[in-house]
Design a protein around this ligand. Structure first.
Ligand code: ZN
Ligand code: ZN
Length: 570
């Protein structure tokens, strides 16, 4: 072979990058590593700033020449690396029988080049590495964090062994993507296969359970937590408190809270929020008082306490606490705190004052705030302010059908039928439809989901018969369907049948059919409960002597003996 690199390479001025490129390629082809080193040394001496392309040339040259340590140094010195660099390095290791080091590169690659994840994955598949534990877990973690749950699952299915890390990654991947039922399903399956759990697994599971309000499942997870002796983790206890409270079982939340050896401000806030969402204002205020002796409250604490006062109808206490927060604790109120004050005043019928707070606060009012004020106007029949507020809302969110519904409720409540018709007409013109209502109820460890006017349930016939029967019985007790909740332009009979198809009524009827007489019926709904369903639930709780706990997208309604914990204000 007659290839030689001249020992006296000309100075850099006459020697461009392209020449280095050519030289290195020549060295590579001929496996001339000694000459390659001289070129490399010259580049360093002349302070040549290597481009990624040139660095890759060097890397490949060393790999092909069998000097992996030199290759590694080039790779580590690269400010950015691309897939080619990594591929070269990996194939170098694997061709030299150093497959473990090759595998080691993958997770590092994934960490440095998330954007190239998919390319790297296909590379891993080609080199038959993707089912290797080490690589698989990293790929799984990457896909799961990026929310690419299908790919994460594919990688997971290929893993030769599953350990606590990979199982947790897939479960939390589902939970983080909001696929709560799938998260629980995967857990059940893996649990049967003998998977182990750590506290991260439990926290992910409890998040999913809480969102689904799947109390039975939550209890099982709690049992596993106790058996796993992980109880002393504050984060885990906080998740348990949150789970029980979102599943409607505050008694259990409180038990976990009381048994904690050490509580963080988050523990207190979680417990306070639980009471608050259930409308238990007195408990909120009481707990808040004992908290102040132990931990310094923060903004979240006051949000929970103020909304607890508002949900529980403790107007004066709430206004006092707001004053204490601003003057004694010197905390700057955020928009949420103002929202609670507006809600408190609105609930008390002090609508003008609420409007004043809204105008003078240092934030732009959100649709949620206008909405709360609109609810107050409906409750206290303040039609002119109600109209003003509704108009504001329609300006902010012209596409939200529920604003039209509330405005029409306000008109209907004061018998202004022409205006009801006008609202209905403008809604029809804008072709607005509401997001379909969805309610779920857990019975016998199964989650049953109902959509409004759902006719897909295998027991639909029995459910509709049951609703008709329930409706007749509660009508005798005084229930009258509130037809103003229906904005469709149909006759009254059809309106009534539309109302009866609301998803929470289907779930209530199903709960009455399928659960024992003393059990309370627990329902979760994706939207705010409508006035008619709220009424329906109150009558059912009285006539059938059943407690109904209904969590809608804003709060809990604990309905018993004909009244609701929200005091008809939500
Ligand atoms: Zn309804
Ligand atoms: Zn209620």
């Amino acid at each position: 072979m007659s290839f030689r690199v001249c020992d006296s390479i000309p100075p850099v001025a006459t020697f461009g990058l392209a020449n280095y490129d050519d030289l290195l390629r020549g060295c590579t082809c001929r496996r001339a590593i000694k000459e390659g080193r001289i070129v490399h040394a010259h580049m360093i001496k002349c302070h040549i700033v290597t481009s990624v392309r040139l660095a890759n040339r060097l890397l490949v040259m060393y790999v092909k020449g069998g000097s992996l340590e030199d290759a590694r140094q080039v790779l580590d010195g690269m400010p950015q690396r691309d897939v080619i660099s990594w591929t070269a390095m990996m194939s170098g290791y694997s061709q030299n029988g150093r497959s473990f080091e090759a595998l080691e590169q993958l997770p590092r690659m994934l960490r440095t080049g998330q954007d190239h994840g998919r390319q790297i994955h296909s590379l891993a598949v080609k080199t038959n590495f993707d089912s290797h534990m080490f690589v698989g877990s990293s790929l799984l973690d990457m896909y799961s964090k990026a929310g690419e749950i299908k790919d994460a699952r594919r990688v997971f299915n290929l893993l030769p062994h599953r350990d606590v890390v990979s199982c947790t990654a897939i479960i939390s991947g589902y939970a983080q993507s909001g696929l709560d039922e799938e998260a629980l399903e995967v857990f059940q399956q893996l649990h049967r296969e003998g998977m182990e759990c750590n506290y991260v697994t439990f926290v992910s599971l409890l998040t999913a359970v809480a969102r689904l309000a799947a109390l039975d499942f939550g209890r099982q997870v709690h049992g596993l937590v106790i058996r796993s002796e992980l109880l002393s983790y504050v984060v885990l206890d906080n998740s348990l408190i949150d789970m029980y409270s979102k599943c409607g079982s505050l008694k259990h939340s409180r038990r976990v809270f009381d048994n904690m050896l050490e509580r963080s401000v988050i523990s207190w806030n979680t417990m306070l929020t639980g009471y608050s969402k259930h409308g238990l204002g007195r408990e909120v205020v009481q707990l808040f008082k004992s908290m102040s002796r132990e931990v310094k409250p923060n903004g979240v604490t006051f949000l929970a306490v103020l909304s607890g006062c508002s949900h529980g109808g403790l107007i004066d206490e709430g206004l006092d606490i707001f004053g204490y927060m601003v003057s004694d604790q010197r905390l700057k109120p955020e928009i949420g705190h103002y929202g609670c004050v507006i809600d408190l005043l609105g609930r008390a019928g002090r609508i003008e004052e609420a409007l004043d707070v809204m105008k003078n606060m240092p934030y732009e009012p959100t649709s949620a705030l206008w909405n709360s004020l609109l609810g107050a106007c409906r409750l206290h029949a303040k039609i002119s302010i109600g109209e003003f507020v509704a108009q504001k809302l329609l300006d902010i969110e012209p596409g939200n059908a529920s604003n039209y519904v509330i405005l029409s409720n306000i008109y209907a409540a004061s018998g202004r039928w022409k205006d009801v018709a006008r609202v209905r007409e403008s809604m029809k013109l804008k072709k607005l439809t509401k997001e379909p209502g969805r309610s779920s109820i857990q019975l016998d460890k199964f989650m049953h989901i109902f959509f409004s006017s759902d006719r897909s349930h295998p027991q639909r016939k029995e459910i509709f018969d049951k609703i008709t029967e329930v409706c007749e019985r509660i009508k005798e007790a005084g229930y009258a369907p509130d037809l103003s909740c229906v904005l469709h332009d149909v006759d009254d009979e059809q309106k009534e049948s539309i109302l009866l198809g609301h998803s929470e009524k289907l779930a209530i009827a199903f709960g009455l059919m399928r659960s024992a007489g003393h059990e309370s019926i627990r329902i979760t709904k994706n939207l705010r409960i409508c006035i008619d369903c709220h009424n329906f639930a109150k009558y059912v709780s009285d006539v059938y002597q059943r407690e109904i706990s209904l969590r809608d997208n804003s709060r809990f309604h604990l309905v018993a003996g004909g009244t609701c914990s929200c005091g008809d204000y939500w």
